[in-house]
Design a protein around this ligand. Structure first.
Ligand SMILES: [Ca+2]
Length: 298
């Protein structure tokens, strides 16, 4: 959290001056016919930082994608986002607004968290952001007062509610709040190039923080061949009320799960299905769709 606070300080300063890039040289005719093209171009870029939960949050994760043919629909999807930082070796920009509670379910399309203007066109190869536990300073981006209160009072970084439906096994509800904080850094484009390339103004460059909600149901934390499943989660409903809680997931030891499923890889301290799903929440952050980031627990 100390590091997060340090970034907030930089964030506020950069926001106030609209740019952390070097200022163009003083020029009495700046913007006129004699303005040097390179000076005129510096700082003209704008980055729109967006968030998107893909169709998985907005609509559903279809049964065809799960090995055991459950379909999963979220009814609430609240995320607390902090520390959005776009930087290079010579420049650093952060969002003016921070510590926001976002109702991801309400986003019908990738939606803006804020705009950073006055950015020098070119490479910003250091893109990072955080999903952190909400705190007293947290505010709503688009979430309701009730949603913000839920996140703040419980110190949640993520709260999801939804149902899983199966053709023969019926419907299971889940309501899960997570308090773990994760930084996603060194984010790359889907092609693997680090960060973003800021276009010259008036064009706007998009940096999309993409939440892979389907990862919450993976049966592997690190392996690329992990599959989506829900059977083991449904079976965790110990009191048979058709609602699976995190406390019930905590009663499922990893050793009781089907062989070959739910592989922890090298992640330490995964003893129960609750530990496993919590670890999956730290695999969800990406850039511009499928671009990978380095996830670090805070
Ligand atoms: Ca239950």
């Amino acid at each position: 959290m100390n590091n997060a606070l340090r970034f907030v300080g930089l964030s506020s300063l950069c926001a106030l001056v609209a740019s952390c890039a070097p200022s163009p040289s003083p020029n009495p005719v700046d913007g006129g016919a004699d303005a040097r093209p390179d000076s005129a171009a510096a700082g003209s870029g704008t980055v729109d930082v967006r968030l998107w939960g893909e169709a998985y949050v907005r609509n559903a994760i279809p049964a065809s994608l799960l090995e055991d043919r459950w379909a999963i629909t979220f009814s609430r999807f609240l995320l607390h986002v902090s520390g959005v930082r776009l930087a290079s070796a010579s420049a650093e920009h952060t969002l003016a607004v921070d510590h926001q509670v976002i109702d991801v379910k309400a986003f019908a399309t990738p939606s803006s968290l804020g705009v950073v203007s006055g950015v020098a066109p070119g490479e910003l190869d250091r893109v990072q952001y955080e999903f952190t536990a909400a705190s007293e300073r947290s505010t709503a981006l688009n979430a309701s007062e009730t949603d913000v209160a839920l996140m703040k009072s419980n110190r949640y970084s993520l709260y999801v509610e939804g149902t899983a439906q199966h053709a023969t096994r019926g419907t299971i509800t889940f309501r899960w709040g997570f308090g773990n904080s994760t930084r996603y850094s060194a984010c790359a484009r889907p092609q693997g190039t680090p960060g973003i390339t800021v276009a010259e103004g008036p064009a706007t460059t998009i940096a999309q923080l993409t939440y892979h909600a389907d990862h919450l149901f993976l049966d592997g934390i690190q392996n690329e061949d992990a599959r989506l499943r829900f059977d083991a989660i449904a079976a965790a409903d110990r009191n048979m009320d058709r609602v699976v809680t995190l406390d019930e997931l905590a009663m499922v030891p990893m050793s009781s799960l089907p062989p070959g499923q739910y592989q922890v890889g090298t992640v330490p301290n995964i003893n129960t299905l609750r530990d496993f799903v919590t670890a999956l929440t730290a695999t969800t952050g990406h850039l511009n769709g499928e671009g990978a980031c380095v996830a670090t627990a805070l």
